[in-house]
Design a protein around this ligand. Structure first.
Ligand SMILES: Nc1ncnc2c1ncn2[C@@H]1O[C@H](COP(=O)(O)OP(=O)(O)OP(=O)(O)O)[C@@H](O)[C@H]1O
Length: 606
């Protein structure tokens, strides 16, 4: 669990960022629009259609009023004929339909492309971020950046922005036209407005904070789903299905509670808008009717006035809702930008074929290496590790679980930097080497081989993507994998992974060995599987490993001591220190030694 962090502390800076729209958060949020720049022409065309569709929408009430006036003989406009005005109305509606289509079309072009660019950049960032970044956060939290948050930005770029523009145009143009129609009636109508607007804003804020809470709770439920689905075997092995269902149910109840509480406010908000609005309209009709009676206003003008009033009221209500959406979008963009601003590992950005990367000789030296994991700085996992391996030598790391063996090799790959001391390869501090060069020179056969979804060919070629078919087959043969691969009807094209066939532990290991053979590194790390294979499979894997080790500096993390008798040196690690060092012959006769005891223990067990 330590690997994932507790997730609680990590949430807090985000929640800080979500609180309100400040000048700073707005400035930062708006920076996401730099992703729109490559598509600025389409964006501007879309904006043009947005202006046109918003404006044509505003002509509609005016024409309706004129239509009524011409029916009562009050026409004083260039269009006097009822039929012509009705035709004009149709033309306006048709134009609005066409403009809306192009608005949606162009905004979709921009937002889909810009959002794909954001996703691509986020994913590239994910690939380039160092391991400690992942240990401080939950997987679900990170994936929601590239799913939920990006979706919110997309909404903002397409729908929210257009809505915002439309509502503001409606408000401004609407107010302009009603003032022009009747200042008296407008003043009367606008007197009710400040109250409405103020209350809307207060309500909007409350709804905003509640819907954030709902989102957070929902995110928590998703974290449970993801974590348990990733570890479904463990859940089942411990018969914890019901426990997990309970945990999910609890989390879901919290989400529902938060959602319902937010819904109450939303409901109240909507009622408020309805009552306020209709109350206001009745007042306007009443006052307007008296103005018509006095001859200050025509019936048509009153009707268009009322329609504008409805439009204005609706846009004020809509703006309250949009305020919440903009806040979420700003929160999302801030979180995305936080990730985009994270410092990356210094790996090469450009793809380089392995053959072009300098090959090291493979002399390795650990000088007084001490180390604590960044997530647990208080616990020293390694202290004062000193050893050296000459090019082509093989050493084995042995010791109880949790002693620090895997940590030693993770430092060699610079997945973490040492806290003290240094590691050199060919006499050069690895911190001074190019990270890509360093890692390209190290091959790993891990304890638990995880194959990617795809064909066996792709999985082997993962060691060197530019490898030819012959090279892949040769690697598979050397890894003792070709026989079982050819026994499948589809051979190298056999799919493995989630939707493919499941390979046995020994087969997976041989695929990983083939992958390493293809990579042809100067330095090799073999993390022996703890689970034992049947003796035939064991023999095949061992043979393949021997083939792989030839001519390479090799570090073996050994669990079964029988496999390491031939190595040049064995380092016994305990409590983060080297406690014994020597060949099998020397260590096995030291009766009080840990190695000799481990040997005895394994012998008795077998
Ligand atoms: N990512 C990590 N973050 C924090 N602590 C870790 C991390 N990985 C390992 N540790 C801790 O570091 C110590 C050494 O772990 P390491 O995995 O190196 O041991 P090991 O000797 O390889 O054990 P095993 O034989 O069981 O694989 C352990 O106490 C472990 O809890």
């Amino acid at each position: 669990m330590a690997r994932r962090g507790n997730g609680l502390n990590d949430n807090s800076p985000e929640k800080e960022g979500r609180k309100k729209i400040s000048k700073e958060s707005f400035r930062r949020g708006i920076r996401i629009f730099s992703y729109v720049l490559p598509y600025k022409f389409k964006f501007l065309i879309g904006l043009g259609f947005l202006v046109l569709s918003s404006l044509t929408f505003m002509i509609f009430p005016l024409l309706t009023g004129k239509l009524v006036d011409s029916s009562t003989g009050n026409a004083d406009w260039f269009l006097e004929d009822i039929d012509m005005i009705a035709l004009g109305l149709f033309a306006v509606i048709l134009a609005q339909g066409i403009f809306s289509f192009f608005r949606v079309y162009f905004f979709a072009q921009v937002s889909e492309n810009a959002v794909a660019d954001i996703r691509r950049d986020l994913y590239s960032k994910f690939m380039m971020l160092p391991i400690p970044f992942y240990e401080k956060r939950r997987v679900g939290e990170i994936t929601s950046r590239i799913t939920t948050d990006v979706a919110q930005v997309q909404d903002a770029m397409s729908i929210t922005l257009a809505e915002l523009f439309r509502q503001i145009t409606t408000l401004l143009v609407g107010i302009g036209i009603i003032l022009w129609t009747s200042i008296k009636l407008s003043m009367f109508m606008l007197a009710t407005f400040p109250v409405l607007v103020a209350l809307t804003l207060v309500f909007g804020r409350k709804i905003k904070s509640l819907s954030k809470k709902t989102q957070d709770e929902l995110a928590n439920t998703n974290v449970i789903v993801e974590e348990t689905l990733q570890a479904i075997n463990t859940v089942k092995a411990y018969t914890n299905e019901n426990f997990e269902i309970g945990r999910y149910q609890n989390s879901l109840s919290k989400a529902v509670k938060a959602a319902l509480s937010a819904a109450n406010y939303r409901g109240a908000f909507i009622s408020f808008v309805i009552v306020g609005l209709f109350g206001g309209i009745i007042l306007v009709i009443w006052y307007g009717a008296t103005l018509v009676q006095n001859g200050d206003l025509t019936i048509g003008e009153l009707i268009s006035f009322i329609i504008y009033t409805v439009f204005i009221g609706a846009s004020v209500g809509g703006l309250g809702e949009l305020y919440g959406k903009i806040q979420s979008a700003l929160g999302a963009t801030e979180r995305i930008q936080e990730i985009l601003a994270e410092p990356e590992e210094a790996t090469d950005k450009n793809l380089r074929p392995l053959s072009e990367i300098r090959r090291v000789r493979g002399d390795i030296r650990y000088n007084q290496v001490a180390f604590s994991y960044p997530t647990r700085p208080d616990i020293q996992v390694l202290r004062d590790i000193n050893f050296s391996i000459q090019s082509g030598e093989k050493i084995a790391l042995v010791g109880p679980s949790g002693a620090g063996k895997s940590t030693i090799v993770q430092l060699l790959l610079r997945l973490y930097d040492v806290s003290h001391g240094s590691i050199t390869v060919d006499g050069q501090d690895i911190r001074q080497m190019s990270l890509t060069e360093l890692r390209a020179n190290v091959g790993i056969v891990p304890q638990e081989v995880l194959l990617f979804g795809g064909s066996i060919r792709e999985n082997i070629a993962y060691g060197r993507p530019e490898a030819t078919e012959e090279e892949i087959i040769m690697a598979a043969r050397k890894a003792n994998a070709y026989d079982f691969i050819s026994s499948f009807p589809e051979g190298l094209d056999t799919l493995v992974g989630e939707r493919g066939i499941k390979l046995s532990g020994g087969q997976r290991q041989r695929v990983a060995i083939a992958r390493a053979i293809l990579k042809n590194p100067a330095i090799l790390v073999l993390d022996e599987a703890t689970s034992s294979l049947d003796s035939e499979s064991e023999h095949l894997v061992q043979q393949a490993m021997d083939e792989l080790m030839q001519g390479r500096t090799t570090i073996i993390i050994a669990h079964r001591l029988a496999t390491i008798r031939k190595v040049d040196k064995i380092l016994v690690i305990d409590g983060g220190e080297i406690v014994e060092e020597g060949s099998h012959e020397v260590l096995s006769i030291n009766d009080n030694g840990i190695y000799a005891n481990l040997l005895k223990l394994q012998f008795e067990m077998s």
